[in-house]
Design a protein around this ligand. Structure first.
Ligand code: GLN
Length: 194
């Protein structure tokens, strides 16, 4: 059974811990660099990416996280977590840092005001049994992806899920739906990488 951490600086950590456990992983919150050594994969939750970036610096996590991602640790980011995994972001704060990991440009809060939060059925490559319920909350979209990155879901013509190697990112929040198929896909990615 793989041990999967949830980055617990800020955001909906608890929901991911529950979803991972339901998908047969050992799930635990991760806050300190030492704790990174004990995990096989990591989830970066939804929340507020500017705050998460700031806290990653304060907790001395930014470089250790970047190194683990570069070394090939499987990572899955939802919403703010997707922003953290982008090599480049648009509409970020001036001093906002990301870990990178996916060759993509992500636009924060892209769906705009009238549409700040909504739900939509989303077909996702690698997920069987019909569309997932996409919960979008002040969600980013992916403006463009590089050659190494694969678009795995779109909504309204916008890319909302991307995979590059062991790194997966969704604009939406499967951890809020009770449908654990996306977490199960990630747990499989972690198993395959071990
Ligand atoms: N808008 C948030 C950000 O820019 C993300 C929102 C979310 O994670 N639900 O970080």
């Amino acid at each position: 059974t793989p041990t999967i951490g949830v980055l617990a600086l800020q955001g909906d950590v608890r929901e991911h811990l529950i979803a991972l456990a339901a998908a047969d992983a050992l799930a635990r919150p991760v806050r300190r660099p030492e704790e990174l050594a004990e995990i096989d994969g990591l989830v970066i939750p939804g929340g507020e990416s500017t705050t998460m970036s700031k806290l990653a610096v304060v907790f001395g996590m930014l470089e250790p996280l970047r190194e683990r991602v570069k070394a090939g640790m499987p990572v899955y980011g939802t919403c703010a977590g997707m922003i953290m995994l982008a090599d480049k972001i648009l509409d970020g704060r001036e001093d906002q840092e990301t870990l990178g990991g996916i060759d993509m440009i992500v636009r924060r809060n892209a769906f705009g005001r009238q549409n700040e939060s909504f739900e939509a059925a989303v077909e996702m490559a690698g997920i069987e049994g019909g569309p997932v319920e996409g919960v979008f909350i002040r969600a980013p979209w992916v403006e463009s992806v590089g050659a190494a990155a694969e678009v795995v879901a779109t909504h309204d013509g916008h890319t909302v899920a991307v995979r590059q190697g062991n790194v997966l990112a969704t604009s939406f929040h499967p951890e809020l739906t009770g449908d654990h198929r996306v977490h199960a896909l990630f747990v499989d990615m972690v198993r395959a990488a071990r």
